[in-house]
Design a protein around this ligand. Sequence first.
Ligand SMILES: NC(=O)c1ccc[n+]([C@@H]2O[C@H](COP(=O)([O-])OP(=O)(O)OC[C@H]3O[C@@H](n4cnc5c(N)ncnc54)[C@H](O)[C@@H]3O)[C@@H](O)[C@H]2O)c1
Length: 356
Amino acid sequence: MVIYKAAIVGLGRIGNLFDRDPKIKNKPASHTGCYLAHDNIELIAGCDINNDRLEDFRKDSGIDKLYTDYKEMFDKEDIDILSICTHNDSHRDICLYACEKGVKAIFCEKPMAMSLKECDEMIETCKNNNVHLVIDHTRRFDNSFILAKKLLDSGKIGEIQKVDSYATVGLLNGGSHLFDLLRYYVGDAEWVSGKILHDETTDPGAYGVIGFKNGVHATFDCRWRDYCHFKVDLIGSKGILSVGGMIRSGKNIELFKIESSEGESGIYELKEDKIEEVKSLSPYLNAVKNIVEALNKNEINQESGYDGKAALEIAMAFYESHDFGGNVKVKLPLNDILRKVKARETSFTKDGRLLR
Ligand SMILES: NC(=O)c1ccc[n+]([C@@H]2O[C@H](COP(=O)([O-])OP(=O)(O)OC[C@H]3O[C@@H](n4cnc5c(N)ncnc54)[C@H](O)[C@@H]3O)[C@@H](O)[C@H]2O)c1
């Protein structure tokens, strides 16, 4: 049995701490937990600039190869799979350094990077060094969101005619997940028109419309609310599929199908159709299983990197539409690949800053 040696840079919530949350039922819910749970993986080291996070990691994993500098970690350790669980301002540098040091796979958190240029550099460097690249737009690895895709592809709601979508906490934070999910369900985007809702964070929300190459358009609204709201209503010619909720919280899909009206002859209405929801399990572990499978079969690719870039590009297009005057139709792909956007430190506070 091949054993891959894994390490993690960034040992905060998604790197490690989510597995401490008693409310999260779908465990493992962190990169640490997933590597510890996988038989083909030996988690060998962790890195964080914060010593408290290193100590948490040591307690939770029993691993004592701890580093505050990822370059030193690479100099001392032989790493096959690297998780990048820092914020988007360091993803590019860590990714490029890891490729240089000979990793086989990189599992990188979203949003992929700060600019489209950085995404290109990550994809190119992974390609040139034969490194498998996966960006953690988690819903793609979640069984219920995958079931929704199967329902759509099997024609359960007929042809998708229109989409309404909502997210909270910033274009890069919630928006990034939403843009990826919209592309997963509807296809490639062709244009964006919208307005930024500037707030005190580095990652404001926005509203507007996304046009897709197949002619479908999606309304989009993402802003700070005092609750999580992640929802995609796919309106079809034969029904409606509503997909949403938080990744870690259970019920995610509602399907409404055509039935003859009980109130009037000749009229058809929508009624909720019972669907056998699949058990969600851990989407992060699904992602890690996919990585191991890709390595075992030597199916190295950077497809997920292109998806990560495409999600960021939609976010950037909202900025561009806003800068051109607001609600101006911006065609994709964007020319400005240098625009940089920094994600907030945390999605828990309205100002995006960590409570210290
Ligand atoms: N896929 C998901 O569902 C999901 C959920 C939460 C967070 N995220 C993403 O994961 C990333 C991290 O988010 P988080 O909530 O875990 O943040 P966090 O602040 O809890 O953790 C980030 C950690 O990275 C460390 N760090 C920063 N720069 C570093 C460096 N150069 N070297 C080593 N360590 C460094 C910080 O000290 C911190 O402990 C973000 O990009 C976020 O968008 C994704």
